[in-house]
Structures are given as structure tokens and as C-alpha cells.
Design a protein around this ligand. Sequence first.
Ligand SMILES: [Zn+2]
Length: 157
Amino acid sequence: MTLIYVPKYYNIKELVSPVVYNKYGNSAWMFFQGDPEYLMDLDFLREEWGSGIYLNTWAFPGVKPYRDEAAYRCNVDDIVRKKRGPYCSGHTMCKAFDPMPANGQYEKFWHFIWALITNGKFKRFNRIEHHKHTVAKGYVHIDSFSPSGKPEVFTIK
Ligand SMILES: [Zn+2]
């Protein structure tokens, strides 16, 4: 498979869960190639931040916190499997990601990303989940689902 874009800073295990990787292996890259600008945005974020960023950590023994649904989520991944109503998260479409700063500075990281969004620096990311609901839980959620296309902070109701 010839990939349109291979990220510089993330491997496929960071982008999919163990069940997806075990079934598809490196072919799982195909899920992200339909719109590689998300991968470009993730690389751009890493470059700008200038310090380590984790998505899924399941393939990195000893790295905490353990995460296996921080990027793409398939139908049998826990968060999705437990849903009883419609679940149309960007995580099911390779359009939402929960990056974590390796240095643990979540609050600073959240505001850093929000500044990039408001300054129009990303190709795709235009929305971030409110830090009150994410930072304390050890993640930051970003996606491209702003209804107006303008920078947006949102809260899950
Ligand atoms: Zn998320």
C-alpha cells in the first residue's frame, strides 16, 4: 500500500486500538488516508508544541496513563460498544483525537492548542472540548466538528 501521508511523530499503534491493530496491522493506515490533513495537523501540533505528545499508549509498556481509545475507535472498542444511543463521535471517523502531553502539563497544553485553533493554524481541527471536562481526566479532545467552521469550545451534554 502506498500511503498518501505518513506522520513523522506517530505510529499506527498510537492511532488505533489493540483489536484494530491485531486485525489490520499496518494496513490500518488506510483508515486515515481518506483525509490525511488530520495526520498533518497532528504532526504540526507536535512540531509547534516542541515536546512529546502521546495518543494511544497501549503499545508503550510503562507509559501512563494507559490509553487505547485516544484516536480511532471501532465498534467493539469499549467506549463505542457501551453506547446505547447513536454515537457519531469523530473518533469513529478518524476525525477526533485525544492528545496527551508527555510532560503532564495538560492545562498549558489545552490553552496552547486552543491558541492554534483560534489563530487558524490547523487544516482541520477547529473544535476543542472544554478543559474543565477533560484536563482533570488527563486528556484534551480535538476534532473538526465546529458547526460553523469557526473555532469552538464545546461541552458534551
Ligand atoms: Zn476525544
